[in-house]
Design a binder for this molecule. Sequence first.
Ligand code: TYM
Length: 343
Amino acid sequence: GRVIFSGIQPTGIPHLGNYLGALSNWVKLQRNADPEDELFFSIVGWHALTLPQDPQELSASRMNMLATLLAIGIDPKRSVVFHQDDNQCHTELAWILSCVTPIGKLRRMTTWKSRLADSRNAGSDSEVDESLLNAGLFTYPILQAADIMAYRATHIPVGEDQTQHLELSRELANIFNRTFAARKRFFPIPTQVNTPSRRILSLRDPTSKMSKSSPDVQSRILLTDSTSKIKSKIQASVTDSILGVTYDPVNRPGTSNLLTILAACTDESPEEVASRYEGKSHRELKADTADAVEELLKGPREDFERIRNEKGYLTEIAKQGADRARERSSATLKEVRTMVGLS
Ligand code: TYM
């Protein structure tokens, strides 16, 4: 059987990019999994700490994310749903992996490079800038590898933006196997499971991805957005002044992004959807996209509002998930300790 693992940061309510790019895929995988497949879905609080967080907000986001996962259809009886920060095995393994990770590999991570570029834009020369960034931002991909490897996971559903991190995870699994494991394949080499729906872009700047960190709240649709908010954000989305609707991600990123969203909602390809809109206007495309998104989010939104107030239930689910996660990963760590000589 497969061991499926994925994670999401508890930074605020998830947006449409998270949902179409990752979370809806988790639910599909759960639905289509073989009985012997194992599924682990983790809310990765330690990853969130790499950027400054308001402690109260983070604490609320942590619970809201759990409520979200349950609301969209993750079944805690079938899948192990848990908070990463409830399971110390991840940090222990991350430390051990950090001792076999070449720094050069971390420096090549585009997420790190873009943080560096940001701080360079803020002024001064590169050495000074790097020294101001926190070490967690730099070592974050090692922790991600540890998340995966603690369960000896084989399949990782994530969006395209995580490809480079997944590559590092594969390298670290290989390095560990080569260095320590007499049984050469102790850690499986994890495969990325790509979501069929592509990258979802910002509604305001369709050259960048829809993200939680953009200061412009109009750029993203949240899972909790009301019908009218969904409508107004999509109506105000940036497209172009070309007549008609065609799918052309390079030259028409805004229009193509709406087609991608609509296609994801109706389980079609963007090209298929585009062929129906050839002679139509942006206005029609926007109206239909807004309706489709509303239809998609209506159920999860209602369930979320209900579940988020059931504090006792959420606490109990978190505890059960943590127990199951710990049980599974402590078996891995026990073997790892022996292999590296710490037992
Ligand atoms: P995070 O929390 O940034 O994003 C969660 C998931 O959402 C996907 N995603 C998108 N997909 C399409 N379009 C977008 N605009 C978009 N924005 C986000 C991401 O690809 C991701 O799948 N480092 C990870 C969390 C993590 C993890 C792991 C994942 C930690 N450990 C182990 C897998 C396995 C992250 O920050 O995701």
